[in-house]
Design a protein around this ligand. Structure first.
Ligand SMILES: [Zn+2]
Length: 117
């Protein structure tokens, strides 16, 4: 989408990219939009949680990073997390290293050993 830039002589120009040092409405608005979408992208990258999974038939959020898998379910939020959510995590994708049923204390809580990945 072209940016409607007004140059210092009052002439309108259409640009693909906003000028970094221009304060016309077109360039400022475009820079604001770019910053906002940059923030959204980095939030998606850092969280990695996906909706649409299920645990015990309840909607769950899941995350996989390497061999480690995690799921949250049964909380106050519709997607599975929120207050009192259940949480299960496995560092190797096979054995449970952390298990907590919704609203309860953890029943498995194995710390990741040093040097182990
Ligand atoms: Zn401009």
């Amino acid at each position: 989408m072209a940016i409607r830039h007004v140059n210092p002589y009052g002439k309108v120009e259409y640009l693909d990219r906003p000028l970094s040092d221009c304060s016309c409405n077109g360039c400022e608005g475009a820079r604001r939009r770019e910053r906002r979408s940059e923030v959204r992208r980095s939030q998606r990258r850092s969280s990695g949680w996906q909706t649409g999974g299920s645990v015990s038939g309840e909607p769950a959020k899941t995350k996989q990073s390497g061999e480690r898998i995690e799921a949250l379910w049964g909380g106050s939020e519709p997607e599975g997390d929120g207050d009192d959510h259940g949480h299960i995590a496995s560092n190797d994708g096979l054995n449970a290293d952390y298990v907590r049923y919704p609203g309860e204390e953890p029943i498995v809580n194995r710390k990741r050993r040093r040097g182990q990945r």
